[in-house]
Design a binder for this molecule. Structure first.
Ligand SMILES: NC(=O)c1ccc[n+]([C@@H]2O[C@H](COP(=O)([O-])OP(=O)(O)OC[C@H]3O[C@@H](n4cnc5c(N)ncnc54)[C@H](OP(=O)(O)O)[C@@H]3O)[C@@H](O)[C@H]2O)c1
Length: 316
């Protein structure tokens, strides 16, 4: 079986290995023939941190070639031939990978493998960050990095949930893209006159997160999932209710895509259903054959990709 492994001596630190051991199904793991996989910004760091021989790749969309011996949390056991989307800790930039049942969902017929591969890490992060706040109907939500892999899904999910959404983009050249996602307002910074927001979703950090926290309503929540622009220079006073009025203080919550762990498959099923009914449209900024992984990683490093980067593995 072929798959990528880390190798510091190879160009770009990755080598396509031709003779990897086949993954095996277990009581709680099925084996998938991978058709598409995502490339995540966090993986750029993992590739540098992990030792030689590590098998990268976390997003997976493909076909079950070996069913699990047991059933998942709900007793369901997708049989051979089922199209699924899943998330793994590593090894999805390979022809086959084992996926725990609790981290997989059956794909509706309407959802292609490429769109599905955009969902796992980015979609779980967006969905779980949105759940960090109050019910969204009629609430004001701010999303930073709104044209990125997580941000563009977060904007659409917040719109679908009935929120009034403000999208923050990195420059004016990104404004039309954010508006097309359905955002009610598009900004390149956050300041006086914006908000007050009930929920902020942030993957940028730095002064942008500080400014967003300052524009939270009393009791509002800022969900942070990334610090692309560095640490936020926040002070206790930033969390006080606005205008010196009495009221609940604001809060900051960290979000990790894999937490809670046991409901990842359930949440992936929710995301896939939203794609199937057209409320969520993953924007695939880069779709390349997996032989072009080095080029995809370079484009991600250079911030050339909007939306999600996806690799395809041809039918074998
Ligand atoms: N906590 C978790 O579980 C989790 C899961 C997924 C991602 N993350 C983290 O969340 C962050 C966003 O992830 P992503 O996959 O959405 O990344 P992405 O696709 O690269 O999107 C990042 C977005 O932020 C914008 N941005 C604004 N300031 C930036 C800066 N200083 N540097 C780089 N980009 C900046 C980018 O604008 P341009 O269009 O101009 O590039 C882009 O729209 C990353 O830090 C990632 O590691 C965390």
């Amino acid at each position: 079986m072929r798959g990528y492994v880390t190798d510091r001596a190879a160009p770009g630190g990755l080598r396509l290995e031709g003779d990897l051991a086949q993954p095996a199904a277990g009581m709680e793991d099925l084996v998938v023939e991978v058709r598409a996989s995502g490339v995540n910004r966090g993986e750029l760091a993992l590739l540098e941190q992990r030792p030689d021989g590590w098998r990268p790749g976390q997003d997976v969309a493909g076909i079950v070639v070996e069913a699990a011996a047991g059933g998942g949390l709900d007793g369901h056991r997708p049989p051979q031939g089922t199209r699924i989307v899943g998330v793994v800790d590593g090894g999805s930039w390979s022809e086959r990978v084992a996926v725990p049942l609790t981290q997989a969902a059956v794909l509706p017929d309407e959802v292609g493998f490429e769109a599905a591969a955009a969902l796992p890490i980015a979609g779980l992060t967006a969905l779980r960050a949105l759940r960090a706040g109050p019910p969204l109907l009629g609430r004001r939500v701010l999303v930073t990095g709104a044209t990125g892999a997580v941000g563009h899904l977060a904007v659409q999910l917040a719109v679908a949930a009935g929120a009034e959404v403000t999208a923050v983009v990195s420059s004016h050249t990104r404004q039309a893209t954010a508006a097309a996602l359905g955002a009610d307002h598009v900004r390149t910074s956050v300041g006086e006159g914006d908000g007050p927001f009930d929920l902020v979703l942030d993957g940028v950090g730095g002064t942008l997160l500080r400014d967003a926290v300052r524009r939270l309503a009393a009791g509002g929540v800022a969900a942070t999932y990334g610090t692309l622009g560095g640490a936020a220079p926040l002070d206790l006073a930033d969390f006080a209710p606005p205008d010196g009025k009495p009221g609940p203080w604001k809060s900051l919550v960290g979000v990790f895509h894999a937490h809670p762990s046991k409901s990842r498959g359930e949440d992936l099923a929710t995301l896939a259903a939203l794609v199937a009914d057209g409320r969520l449209r993953p924007h695939l900024g880069s779709v390349r054959d997996w032989s072009e992984l080095p080029e995809t990683l370079d484009a991600l490093r250079l911030r050339q990709i909007r939306g999600k980067a996806v690799l395809t593995i041809p039918d074998r």
